[in-house]
Design a protein. Structure first.
Length: 116
């Protein structure tokens, strides 16, 4: 199983980034996918989640209206479009594949820094 995040970087407040997570080694379309983030000194927090077929989505209150999660099951990829970024969005962003208690996988993460 492999989850590889990309698309992070340095962006000014108010800017946008699009994160991608390429999955391999499992049946992607059977798994719910999540994005979570961890800032220095803080616990990892759920940012967004999407059901296996893409019909159900959930967002943390802190990102509602600014972030959009999507997936392409043909490409085994999940995305996180992040708009109107704020300094408090600075964190390492990880993607997660969840197919049940014993099928729970995490990527290494991609750094997002929002600063002027």
């Amino acid at each position: 199983v492999q989850l590889v995040e990309s698309g992070g970087g340095l962006v000014q407040p108010g800017g946008s980034l699009r994160l991608s997570c390429a999955a391999s080694g499992f049946t992607f379309s059977n798994y719910a996918m999540k994005w979570a983030r961890q800032a220095p000194g803080k616990e990892r927090e759920l940012v967004a989640a999407i059901s296996s077929a893409g019909g159900g989505r959930h967002y943390a209150d802190s990102v509602k209206g600014r972030f959009t999660i999507s997936r392409d099951n043909a490409k085994n990829t999940v995305y996180l479009q992040m708009n109107s970024l704020k300094p408090e969005d600075t964190a390492v962003y990880h993607c997660n594949a969840y197919g049940g208690h014993s099928n729970d996988y995490w990527g290494q993460g991609t750094q997002v820094t929002v600063s002027s």
